[in-house]
Design a protein. Sequence first.
Length: 258
Amino acid sequence: MRFVDTHTHLYRESYPDNFEEVARRAIEAGVDKMILGCVNRDTPAWLQEAVSLFPDNFFILIGLHPEDTKADFEDDLTQIEVHLDDPNVVGVGEIGLDYYWDRTFEKEQREAFYRQLCWARDRQMPLSLHIRSAYNDAIEILKQFRPGELSGVMHCFSGGIQEAEWAVKHGFALGVGGTVTFKNSKVQDIVAHVGLENVVLETDAPYLAPVPHRGQPNESSYIPIIAQKVADIFQVSLQTVADITTENAYRIFTKLTR
């Protein structure tokens, strides 16, 4: 049984004491393909180290996280964009809008988001979108592109049914992680509504660990726990969830190697 973790931060900076051990645990758990999220200008070096140690297992996203988008974002984008041609890069991310904690730089966030969407369009690369407390603005920006120009994953999806329907209609799968295991999580209803064909699995490790590890550092090795909850929602086997979500990941991230 094989899985793809379509969004994780499993690199040494997140796991300074046991990075290689955590990576091996994931691979042993059947999570043998992991896509590493980029957040700022420093991240590409961390990603490259992970790939150099586990070249068959780690793949890279390149982008500027909305929470890392500040007044000097233009310089950040210049330094980050040069990494898009790396052969291990499978998408643009994680990018988007996040108004949850701080709206000081929301204008800069919107401009950086649009610029990076253009990177994806021009290179025909999939996206990993981080959107929190900003779905209206994010969708308005996405609407500036023609149908079919953009595709990818709504990472750590936190919107409602309306946003989920818009996403799948416009070429985006929903990234489902540990929150689907939380008691009374609305993500469970949304997953059931959009169907397994529109779902990919992710951890966002080391954040958002699933039950029974909630509150502890997350790991990509916990993907089977998330998959089992999804299997329970659809009343199908764990193998079925593994097969369908893995194929969904390969369909979206076409540069992933099997």
